[in-house]
Design a protein around this ligand. Structure first.
Ligand SMILES: [Zn+2]
Length: 228
């Protein structure tokens, strides 16, 4: 029996001769690998079902613990306007890579809601920071943001990736922007603060470096962003 599953296309890769392998984030079934048959054939009718970062409803005869094949479906939201915006594209890509690599079944609905909120957001850096901090907690690699990582002093001067957290004036090698440190601290407290977009974006860069280092990831889309 066929059923319908709605969610987001996180990535699309070639699979076998003309098929595509889709990483799909659904609310009901979590993160799935699905085959989209004939996607890479000329004149395919499936092109609207394999658009990265789009919201689609797939029809399939879903069975657990099996590689399921998509038999049909529809595109619900292609974000065609946003695709002209380079920042949206890069951040949607970072978001998708983070979910693919750090996904956790225990919070499947929460991760789905987060993805949906961020992809629809006008400015995404702040929420992406919160999400990375959340993933660091889930994977047991939270940075130490309660005091200096070395001596526990509360006179904080910088955030260090190598030392996995804040450093005091004595142990710092550099001095970081106060607002960036305050924003990082607010993540640990789970308290909302208002800072400039620049602060969110700078902290996002640091957190992507942090999570890449400690979760042994290679966030391809982030490299693209820093190269520009
Ligand atoms: Zn110290």
């Amino acid at each position: 029996m066929n059923n319908e599953v709605t969610g987001y296309v996180l990535s699309v890769q070639e699979y076998k001769e003309h098929d595509a392998m889709i990483k799909f984030l659904s609310y009901d079934l979590g993160l799935l690998n699905l085959v989209l048959p004939g996607y890479y054939k000329a004149n395919t009718k499936q092109s609207r079902l394999g658009l990265e970062f789009s919201n689609v409803t797939y029809t399939m005869n879903y069975r657990e613990n099996r590689l399921n094949r998509i038999v049909g479906g529809q595109l619900n939201e292609g974000f065609f306007k946003q695709r002209d915006d380079y920042d949206w594209l890069i951040e949607a890509s970072i978001l998708s890579e983070l979910v693919i690599k750090l996904y956790h079944q225990d919070n499947a609905h929460g991760i789905y809601d987060w993805y949906e909120a961020i992809i629809n957001e006008k400015y995404r850096a702040k929420e992406l920071c919160k999400m990375i901090y959340y993933f660091s907690k889930v994977h047991g690699i939270t940075p130490n943001l309660s005091g200096c990582s070395i001596c526990d002093s509360k006179a904080i001067n910088s955030f260090s990736i190598r030392d996995a957290g804040f450093l005091c004036q004595i142990h710092s090698r550099v001095k970081d922007d106060k607002d960036e440190l305050a924003f990082l601290y607010s993540l640990a407290l789970d308290k909302d603060v208002k800072m400039s977009q620049e602060v969110y974006e700078n902290v996002l860069n640091r957190l992507i470096q942090y999570i890449s280092y400690y979760a042994d990831l290679n966030i391809h889309s982030w490299k693209l962003k820093t190269r520009v």
